[in-house]
Design a protein around this ligand. Structure first.
Ligand SMILES: Cc1ncc(COP(=O)(O)O)c(C=O)c1O
Length: 324
């Protein structure tokens, strides 16, 4: 969906009009992909707008920046407040949140250290990434012919703009082949992740997901789903997954800020399990949506309310609202 082109963007601490949030063509990030960023969500809950795991997202932003030796003068509390301030300034009820830290304008060359470290926060409206139907019916995906970055090349744990050149190659191949999504292998040929999602499989009631060493981004939804699964009494392990293990899994699902919890119903035209959303996926979807919709107590402290005073006056079920 194209941007409406209105509203305010936070740039280095100042809120400016969307149309004025520009950089010069000689800015380092444009030429060398020298940026790290985040993707978080704010949901409309019965207690008002709430960001899901804002702390964890902003901590990962700081960690991505550290890996790339980018020092930005804002601590975690400062980042959290900047995001909340931007949401309030735009009067958004629910939105996607995109903070970015990038090498700015000074000179051009492979060495980024001569350029300033700049930052921005932008917001836009975003619904179900793979479509509402995908959340219920599942998606058909293929294994890509492209692999994820090899260890010690581009760091997969950093959410850096450069990594998304790999994602774009894989995504374009999937689209050319008539799929909306794909699964990438690591360079050893084991399962890594999707374009903007981590992956889980279920076999004989146990839940498995690839470890950080399989060239994945340490997803915040991945961490949340592992926590919710353990709360529900499931066994969850992180282990290397060979490609064929997915074909014979009972259930496979994607998780991510954008995809939330989305079932995978076929891989490489092989039906997964019953070819429909499985019971474990459904239980985890329910638990996940209950948290983000503010329908169950926030026992893990994952919601940051945009208007805390208003939230404290409302109890979770007093106002109908959010999604079903
Ligand atoms: C490559 C990749 N993997 C996994 C994820 C899921 O991470 P999260 O749950 O933190 O959104 C994302 C999304 O940011 C991603 O871009």
């Amino acid at each position: 969906m194209a941007f409406p082109g209105t509203g305010k963007i936070w740039m280095n601490g100042t809120l400016i009009d969307w149309k004025d949030a520009n950089v010069h063509i000689a800015t380092h990030v444009i030429h060398y992909g020298s940026a790290v960023f985040e993707g978080a969500r704010c949901y409309a809950t019965p207690r008002g707008s709430a960001c899901f795991r804002l702390d964890a997202h902003m901590r990962r932003l700081q960690q991505s920046a550290k890996i790339y030796r980018m020092d930005y003068n804002l601590d975690l509390a400062g980042w959290n407040e900047a995001v909340l301030e931007t949401i309030r300034a735009n009067d958004m009820k629910a939105c996607y949140i995109r903070p970015i830290v990038y090498r700015g304008y000074d000179s051009l060359g492979v060495n980024p250290l001569t350029c300033p470290v700049d930052a921005a926060i932008l917001l836009w409206e975003w619904g179900a990434y793979l479509g509402k139907e995908a959340l219920e019916e599942g998606v058909d995906v293929k294994v890509s012919s492209w692999s994820r970055m090899a260890p010690n090349t581009l760091p997969a744990m950093a959410k850096s703009a450069a990594n998304y050149a790999n994602s774009a190659l894989i995504k374009m191949e999937a689209l050319a082949d008539g799929y909306s999504e794909w699964i990438a292998l690591d360079v050893a040929g084991n399962i890594s992740e999707g374009s903007g999602q981590n992956i889980f499989m279920v076999r004989d009631g146990a839940i498995v997901t690839p470890p950080l060493g399989s060239s994945i981004l340490g997803g915040i939804t991945r961490d949340s789903v592992m926590t919710l699964a353990r709360d529900l009494g499931y066994t969850v392990t992180e282990s290397v997954i060979p490609r064929e293990a997915l074909y014979i899994a009972d259930e496979v699902f994607f998780v991510g800020t954008a995809a939330e919890v989305t079932p995978v119903r076929s891989i490489d035209k092989l039906k997964i399990g019953s070819g429909k959303r499985g019971p474990v996926t459904q239980a985890l979807q329910q638990a996940f949506f209950a948290v983000i919709n503010g329908e169950m107590p926030d026992t893990h402290g994952w919601l940051t309310y945009v208007y805390p005073a208003e939230a404290s006056l409302r109890s979770p079920r007093t106002v109908a609202g959010a999604r079903s």
